[in-house]
Design a protein around this ligand. Structure first.
Ligand SMILES: [Zn+2]
Ligand SMILES: [Zn+2]
Length: 339
């Protein structure tokens, strides 16, 4: 069955995910006025001493870092270190006093019960940068976010995640490994300090199984998706056989995808230069969303091309009866453009 969608007068009315069946309708729902009154904030008491107030704020930020298990100096609060990349390995990175730039260890809380993976915890954390807050931060919400890291560092982070995935695959009970990131509390991140996760599981991850089954029936499905994406003006960037595009039928309404249609193997077997291209497009997708709460997940073969789903968690248009909504004027006004 070809990709299902309907247009009227050149405008997209709806499109259905060929994988999940979810239908995205393009409507004006975003123009509805909210009936929820915004509660006015209590008037802030004028601090008697601005210097004292500023000092308090900085002391608070300092305390947050002292209590953070992912901050330099608190390494003993995590499980044993499995890998570290020193700052001099990435000259483009911001200068730091930390002895490490990137650091990997086992997650204190396994995502998949250890009993399922031969009694070994196969959930890992990769800390992406020693900095907790963005440079010059004065408030708790001025956190560092991944798009602020230079591309060379992001590339190194992805390669580090793949090394950790290799460790997981040494366990014969591990059948699949997923690299995943949650950015921001709204996306489910429990630690504000920049990190991503590598998760080994005893069986393939269900969305990948679903994709594999669809592609088995329709091997040309992804070429068809790319053709649709091009026709609708949703393509953001093509680079060395890999594509970054706005995906109107993602799990959340505002989603991007990256696909390398000709790469059909496990992530740990993908050639390094292809990983570099993939990392560059993923870094670009993160830059489109900046500090917004988001998640991304990398899905790999065999049976599906190497791809990533990047979902912003900031535009919660209604999900009703398996349908999503996107603004009807999206194609006219919100077309993603290259930065
Ligand atoms: Zn921290
Ligand atoms: Zn997928």
């Amino acid at each position: 069955m070809p990709l299902q969608f309907q247009k009227e007068g050149g405008r997209l009315l709806w499109v259905q995910s060929p994988f999940t069946g979810t239908i995205t309708y393009f409507t004006d729902i975003h123009k509805k006025q909210s009936g929820f009154a915004r509660r006015p904030l209590a008037p802030a008491a004028q601090p008697p001493d601005w210097h004292a107030a500023e000092a308090n704020r900085l002391a608070e930020l300092d305390a947050a870092q002292r209590g953070c298990p992912f901050c330099p100096g608190n390494e003993e609060q995590t499980t044993a270190e499995l890998m570290r990349i020193v700052p001099s390995a990435v000259p483009e990175a911001a200068s730091t006093m930390s002895p490490w730039l990137i650091r990997a260890f086992t997650n204190l809380f396994p995502r998949i019960p250890e009993a399922c993976t031969g009694g070994r915890n196969e959930s890992y954390v990769v800390v992406e940068d020693p900095r907790h807050f963005a440079d010059g931060a004065r408030h708790h919400d001025e956190l560092l976010y991944t798009a602020l890291l230079p591309l060379a560092q992001f590339r190194t982070i992805l390669h580090a995640g793949i090394e950790v995935a290799r460790l997981a695959f040494e366990n014969p009970a591990v059948q699949a490994v997923l690299i995943r990131k949650n950015q921001g509390r709204e996306s489910g991140a429990s630690q504000p300090h920049l990190h991503n996760q590598v998760i080994g599981a005893d069986q393939p991850f269900p969305p990948v199984v679903q994709e594999r089954e669809r592609l088995l029936l329709e091997p040309n499905l992804w070429s068809e998706i790319l053709e649709f994406i091009r026709d609708e003006g949703f393509m953001v960037h093509e680079r060395d056989g890999c594509f970054l595009y706005f995906c109107p039928f993602g799990v959340f309404p505002r989603s991007y995808e990256i696909v390398c249609p000709d790469v059909d193997c496990r992530l740990i077997d993908v050639p390094a230069h292809t990983i570099d291209t993939f990392a560059a497009l993923l870094h670009e997708a993160l830059a489109l969303l900046g500090p917004l709460p988001l998640d991304y997940e990398i899905h790999d073969g065999p049976g599906v091309p190497l791809h990533a789903h990047i979902c912003a968690r900031y535009y919660p248009y209604s999900n009703i009866g398996g349908t999503l909504n996107l603004p009807a004027d999206l194609t006219a006004t919100m077309r993603p453009t290259r930065r």
